[in-house]
Write a protein that binds this ligand. Structure first.
Ligand SMILES: NC(=O)c1ccc[n+]([C@@H]2O[C@H](COP(=O)([O-])OP(=O)(O)OC[C@H]3O[C@@H](n4cnc5c(N)ncnc54)[C@H](OP(=O)(O)O)[C@@H]3O)[C@@H](O)[C@H]2O)c1
Length: 349
């Protein structure tokens, strides 16, 4: 599988990244190890996780995902063959079990604590790509699209966070750094501060991107990240499974969108998302593709997507999703995708 360089870092990763956030909740340790074995056999060298995983986030399970990856790395001895990306959780008043859910999660003390515990769980000495899971400051994320100054909150300045990350780089605990769920302003501010203060430069941005959520293109992030050499790691390419068409065929189909309460992921259940999905499902089937193949092949081939982070709860799903990497979508299909997007724009954002 083709590899790409992440920003100006020395990391070279496959165009498909293995997501892990179901491990410890929907998947057992043995299943996680089977997925890792299989993805590695298929040539994937890039694994994305987070200190907060698995999802839905719960105090009782938190950290299991990193622990499962740690036991696999130890068992297989493949540490040096894979690129490990993890993330520090941002402030979230309802996730009190991660450093108290504090507003200042990205200061030096909290980031050091986060890195040290991730290293322990992963049983490694160095994290290749360390990401900030969501911003410290007020930014609309996770289905909330409206910025308002009234929601401003106590936060850690980007400059302070970069200095803390710089110390962790110097200590050899982390390598490249990245942001996630970031805005155009945030990316520019990270770059500006790193250049002004000679601090580490972000190599990646991990943001939502799929057929129903193309905000990355319409929010000026595509141009910013291109010009500043920040690589996009696209997450949730199947809109939490909605774009597989299984809920279109049977709204009660077993999967993340029916297993967990609808309040957890309302954006993928909005009427407009369901309507857009129906159009993409039809387009796929009219062209001899599964809806999953259409959604993933489209994501894999976008010029600004460095690596697509896929997720699966079974080996069968994982195989189908990796196989889709070899599909080349006809130009006519891509034009029809854009037509649907123009008619129903970003319903899942
Ligand atoms: N930075 C962030 O804030 C953030 C947010 C979300 C995700 N991520 C990262 O991105 C990774 C992928 O995200 P995601 O899991 O949301 O991706 P996704 O592609 O939108 O959804 C994956 C889910 O869809 C279902 N699925 C996948 N392939 C299928 C197939 N072939 N047929 C039927 N169902 C299928 C599975 O769930 P069911 O079997 O339960 O239906 C699977 O867990 C995560 O593991 C994580 O590493 C990051």
């Amino acid at each position: 599988m083709q590899k790409v360089q992440l920003g100006n870092s020395d990391l070279h990763v496959t165009k498909v990244c293995l997501g892990t956030m179901t491990w410890g909740e929907q998947n057992t340790e043995a299943q996680a190890h089977s997925q890792l074995d299989y993805a590695y056999e298929r040539g994937i060298n890039f694994i994305d996780t987070a200190e907060m995983y698995p999802v839905m986030a719960r105090a009782e399970t938190q950290g299991s995902t990193e622990r499962y990856i740690g036991t696999w790395l130890k068992k297989t001895g493949l540490r040096d063959k894979v690129v490990i990306a993890t993330k520090a959780a941002g402030p979230n008043a309802s996730v009190t079990w991660i450093r108290g859910g504090r507003a200042r999660n990205f200061d030096a003390a909290n980031l050091k604590a986060a890195v040290d515990t991730s290293l322990q769980r992963l049983q490694i000495e160095h994290i290749d790509l360390y990401q900030l899971h969501w911003p410290s400051r007020n930014v609309p994320i996770f289905g909330n699209n409206v910025f308002h100054p009234k929601q401003e909150r106590d936060c850690v300045a980007i400059e302070e966070t970069l200095a803390a990350l710089g110390d962790l780089v110097k200590a050899g605990k982390i390598g490249a750094i990245g942001v996630s769920n970031e805005s155009c302003w945030g990316v520019n501010e990270f770059i500006k501060q790193s250049e002004m203060k000679d601090l580490p430069r972000i190599a990646t941005i991990q943001n939502l991107y799929n057929l129903t959520a193309r905000h990355y293109e319409t929010s000026l992030l595509d141009e910013t990240c291109y010009r500043e050499n920040v690589s996009l790691l696209a997450y949730s390419p199947l809109a939490f499974g909605q774009l597989t068409g299984k809920y279109h065929d049977d709204p009660k189909a077993h999967g993340r969108l029916t297993v967990f309460p609808p309040t957890w992921s309302p954006r993928y259940l909005r009427p407009a998302t369901v309507a857009a999905t129906a159009r993409y499902v039809q387009l796929a089937r009219d062209n001899g593709l599964t809806p999953t193949q259409l959604a993933l092949a489209w994501c894999y081939s976008r010029w600004f997507v460095a690596s697509t982070i896929i997720g699966a709860t079974s080996l069968e799903q994982l195989k189908h999703n990796i196989d889709a990497y070899d599909i080349v979508l006809p130009l006519d299909v891509i034009k029809q995708v854009d037509q649907i997007h123009a008619e129903i724009t970003n319903p899942g954002q």
